[in-house]
Design a protein around this ligand. Sequence first.
Ligand code: SF4
Length: 402
Amino acid sequence: MEGLQERLKGVVWDLAHGTGVTGERSRALADATADDLPGLCQVASDMRDRGRGRTVTFSPKVFIPLTRMCRDFCGYCTFRQSPDEADRLYMTPDEVLAVARAGQRLGCTEALFTLGERPEQRYPEAKAWLGQHGFGSTLEYLAHCCQLVLEETTLLPHPNPGTMSRHEMARLKDVSASMGIMLESTSESLCAPGGAHEFAPSKRPRARLKTLETAGELGVPFTTGVLVGIGDRREERIDALLAIADLHQRYGHIQEVIIQNFRAKPDTAMAEHEDAETEEMLWSVAMARLILGPDVNLQVPPNLSQRDYPIYLQAGINDWGGVSPLTIDYVNPEAPWPQIGDLQRRTEEMGFVLKPRFPIYPEFFLDKSDAVSSPVAQRLRGLADEDGYVKGGTQRYASAHE
Ligand code: SF4
């Protein structure tokens, strides 16, 4: 087999000829070793510089866990709660608005709605709560809460509710800036007995890809990503990234791709599973940049790699994702967000400029008349600077967070 340098030359040839890195070329990098990583990361980092320059972004947000009930059971999840474990079945509209208003006072611009998948399909308690409040489904109630946040605060909703039908997504599009679903993996083996997704029908790759495709058809600026370390092989991760690249090529709607590391949590089926290692993450980030190209926004969550997160700038990322001065990461409650001042210092030490962004990236709303509904467009016009970032820059947060 050719050495890594030869295989990288093939990648560079693909890129120079504007073809994107082919599946064959990317698969040939699956066996890159630790010694190969610096070369691989350098090519990916150069590619990021060409497409995104030296600006790195984050989204100042509040995290709103509208409900923690879920019809699924993933092997690593500590977010889901059954009705008898939950303090409350759903957050009320007043609770949602209280969090959003507190975030607004701290300069946040994103209301991230993360919630369990269609709990009313498993729990009569969920169905009854929704019925008592005049809603037929969790997604209907979610749309109502997004609308409230949009009307009553300056925050922009970004819902992340799992799989969505065309009708459900179209309704949410009117009241949100962007949406997301983690693809996580396209490996069918994770759905087999003993796999992380054995008891999670919504994590079937076909169901996730269908939601991503629907988003493309509706022109929704969409966030997705892969979860590294839950049991897939490198070749399968490449397949997942190629599937995302293919969707983006067809519809142009993938606004960012998250490369997230698995962290084992006590009291879960995967408690004894190894955490994703830094080397595996570096390889995955670099491969994502090579496969998705110079222009895509690529993110690693800094709170999941507190000790060494700046290292991923050397592998081609250009975004830190949502960072909250107010609410915890309910999915990873053991991992606090970095202070924004600290994030800025560590980003600048690596030679980059840190800027706050909205849940929707600038290129998805600047000079585009139909990307978002008119209330969202109006809100963005009031809050954005001429480049589409949050007016006031990181200075806006200096006093609120330090
Ligand atoms: S990871 Fe999401 S889909 Fe899976 S059990 Fe947890 S809340 Fe449900």
